[in-house]
Each structure stands twice: as structure tokens, then as C-alpha cells.
Design a protein around this ligand. Sequence first.
Ligand code: ATP
Ligand code: MG
Length: 566
Amino acid sequence: MTINEESTLSNFIQQAINNDNESGRFDRRIHTRFPPEPNGYLHIGHAKSICLNFGLARDFGGLCNLRFDDTNPTKESVEYVESQKEDVRWLGFDWHDRELYASDYFDELYEFAKQLVLDGKAYVDSLSQDEIREYRGTLTQPGRESPYRERSVEENIDLLERMKDGEFPDGAHVLRAKIDMASPNINMRDPVMYRILNTEHHRTGAKWRIYPMYDFAHGQSDSIERITHSICTMEYEDHRPLYDWFLEELGMYQPRQIEFARLNLSHTVLSKRRLLRLVEGGYVNGWDDPRMPTIAGFRRRGYTPEAIRDFCDRIGVAKNAAIIDIALLEHSLRDHLNKTAPRAMAVIRPLKVVITNYPEGETDWLDAVNNPEDETAGTRKVPFSRELYIERDDFMEDPPRRFYRLAPGREVRLRYGYFIKCEEVVKDNDGEVIELRCTYDPETRGGSAPDGRRVRATLHWVSSEHAIDAEVRLYDHLFMRWNPDEEADDGADWLSFLNPESLVVVEAAKLEPSLADASPGSRYQFERQGYFCVDTRDSMSGKPIFNRTTTLRDTWARVQRSQSNR
Ligand code: ATP
Ligand code: MG
């Protein structure tokens, strides 16, 4: 099996796999896995790993497993498992019948542990957690051996079995590998293999009182599944010698581990611990809050799987860590939505306009193009009548020089409609503009004047009689800082960088009537405003709530231009 013709070997992982194929190292088999721990919702960083692992399997004609690394029952749950499955599927990948769990291997892992004890390669330690840390030493100082390190095989087996049988409280003992307390690699200084946790597991129930550490489960799980290429993030590079040690001592099949740099995204945090804090602290409304960098959050916000996959392709894989501008993700999103999202007109902050020379009670149904990027999308009818709404921002009583939109005495075009001219401004007692009285030119139906006169602006609008009221949620970046993980000079921390305007709710936007039946999850471009998506959680039938997915301003294109001009 070689890579598809149309793909290019664009990254070092593909090259490594190709080399293995050529040398016949794994009999030309390609088998990867995506191994999430079900201790939270998946985020955009996981999407990178999902696209990489499933993408390699697809491109090389191999397989990719979905394996839950569920070795820590205190933090894991079925809810997380289910959400993670949904997210991988939504991204467009399929693990077929290979939904696997590290917990499926608990029996085997226990047997492996016993084998290492019998071989004199593992021992039960009774130091406390703090003592173990203290004995471990530092990067510059070797560790010290535990006083329990020379326990006999018989004693170790006896203690291990009693640990398993639930005789001891949490923390009383651990099982450790007997490697080298002076190793320059701290991961090799007698790492813990098993700890006592008197906690039920979401899959194995009350069966186990001891649970394997991730480091003791991960490599063997890969080996059991006969994974060929075990792809993981850079922080596991220093764990690789340990995984190799376990597999060699146990005489097991060895996959090839390849590390790549994890994704960091600007204006957000990606550590699950921090995301959990945002959820539990009520800083956002749940894991799928549209401001969250979780896949569930992006989905609810209106992102498409195509956009996320395109983003993952563009960022590629490398070994050096970098922060990727979130504007690139938004660029991928706009690219896809521009081609696929039907257009509609929506006035978010309405200002009433009365067309004084248009007859009362009449309606003119105008033709509007659904998507100029997609001829097959066709047209629809939008109603024009005597009373309309335009965007408050599209009118200025006293416009500065470069404001070309509506102003007293000025003429503009209404999209798909007529030219209108502002004749009179009506204000309330506080001097606030509450209505514009305009005239329209019946000769300009369709947007141009027979006498060839021009206008400098085209505004979106809706007919007030036909409009539907809708709540619109305007979302912005969750954090104001480029890198919220980085402490400020004055010691302020990541939570203080939350953007207080990351959500602005507009209660009574006015939408064109065709949007009344918009189904949850459907996406639109509101002309001149941005992309919006019907909220899947809070919308009610006939009463859609729209989430702003993104504005139309492509800041990434701007960044690119300014860089190429340099
Ligand atoms: P976090 O640090 O966010 O809690 P994690 O690495 O503990 O993440 P896991 O559930 O163990 O989360 O991750 C599953 C897989 O996704 C692992 O292979 C991991 O390397 C990968 N992964 C996690 N975060 C990122 C990221 N930011 N970029 C790329 N891959 C990631
Ligand atoms: Mg992890």
C-alpha cells in the first residue's frame, strides 16, 4: 500500500511511513489510532490529531482505531465518551467496529504487571506520594532508591494481589517498575505502574481497586492493537524509552512512535483542565458554549467539519511549537461558508424607514439571489412594502466625509429593491432618531436607474410587516489576549483575560420572513453582517435563535497581504 497518487508527502510523518513501507518494516501495514482520555470534551487541538491519524489511515489505505484511554476513573465519564464519539463522527471520520478501550485490557495489563514482578522488574512501594516525589530527584540530581525497592518477589506478589483485592486505602501502596533511579530521564526513575483507587469505573464498575497509570497502559494498548505508527504530541518524546522498556521486558510487538507539536491557538486556551474550569466556574454555558474551542462548541457556533479539516490541512504537522492565529481558522470557515451558505437579509439593530410615496397595504415581491457563488441555489422572493427596517449604523444625520450610506437628502440602493432618498428625520424627545421618512423611485426596481444616475451604497433591509423577530447572539473571541496562557507582567492570570464582550445578545433583530422556517443548525450569510447559524439548543419552532458564527472581515487575508508587502 502506498499513498494515493493525488496526495503529496507533505510532512515528515508521511515520509516516515513511506520509508517503513519501502523497508517492509510493518509488512506494509498502516494502522494508527486516536486515543482520547474521556475526561472532557474534545477541542480543536484534538481535531488536529484526529485529522492526522484518520487522514494517514485513509491516505495510505490503512486503518485507524478510536481508543479511549480510560485509566483514570475519577475524572472520566460516559458523557465524555459519547461526546467524543459524536465529535469524531461529525468531523467526518469512521472507526467502523474498532471502538476500543484501554479498560478492555485491564486483565491483560494486570497479568503483564505480575509478569514484571515475577521477573524482578517491578516492586510494591509503600512510600507516600510526597515521599515518592521527593525521592525522585530533579533534572540535575539523581533520585534515591526507595527502602521498599528490595522486597522479595513473593512479598511483592502478595501485596499486589491484596492491592487488587481492595485490602488497602487509596495511596497506601503503588506498583513501580524497577529501572534506574539515577537515569537522566526522570520517566525512567522507577515510574509508577499501578495505583490504588477505590473508585468505580464507568465501564468496569467495581471490579478493580487498582488502576494502571497511563504510561503503563498506553504502549501495551498500542501493542495489543498492533498499531504500526503511534502518533502523539511532543511531550511524550521522553516517555518513549519507557514504553520501549515495558514492551521489550514483556517481549511484545513494538509500534513506532512519532511525535509532533501540539496545536496552540491564539485567543484561546486548550488545556482540558482549563476548559473544565471555564465550564465549572460558569464562565461559559457548558462544554458546547459557542465560544468554547471544543468541537461541540464550534459545531454549535456554526462551523463546518469541512472548515476544520481544511484548517488542519493548512497548519500541517511539524515538531516545533507555535501559536496559530485563530484568524486562519476563521479564514478556512469563511472560505467554506462563502460557497455553501445561502444569503439572507437580517437587520440586527433596526431603524424604521417609511416610504412615503409607496401605497399602504401593498407588497412587492422582489427576486433575491440565494447564493452568488452557487448558481444551483436559485432565487427567492423578498417582500418590499411601505414600512421597512434598515440597520441603525447605516444612517448618520451628520455624516463624516467617507460615510457613503444613508444621510439626510441622500440616495442609496436597497439590495434587490429600489433607490430610496432620505427626506426627513424623526426624533423622540431625547433627540434620538427613531424613524426616517424616505421616498423611493419606482423606476429603479431591480437596483439601477434608467437615467444612469448612481448611488454609492447598497443597504440590506427588511419589510417591517413581514419581518420576524429573532434573538441574535453576537459572539467574539473568548479571550482578549493573543496568548491567555501566558501570565501578564503584573501577575494577572488567564481568567482575567476573558473578553467581557465575547457574547452580546440582541433580543429583537428583524429577519426576512423566509428565515422563519430555518431549521436548527442551518447556516446563512446575513448580507453585510456575517455568517449565522440557528442555535440547536435554545431555538424553538418558528422562533429561531441565531448565533453569529463569524463576521465577514477576513483578518487572515489582511495579515497575509501585509506580510507579502514587506
Ligand atoms: P489536554 O492537555 O488538552 O488535556 P491531552 O493530551 O491530555 O489534552 P488526550 O485526551 O490525552 O488529551 O489527547 C488525545 C490525543 O489528542 C493525544 O494523542 C494527544 O496527543 C492529542 N492532543 C491533545 N491535545 C492536542 C493539541 N493541542 N494538538 C494536537 N494534538 C493534541
Ligand atoms: Mg492526556
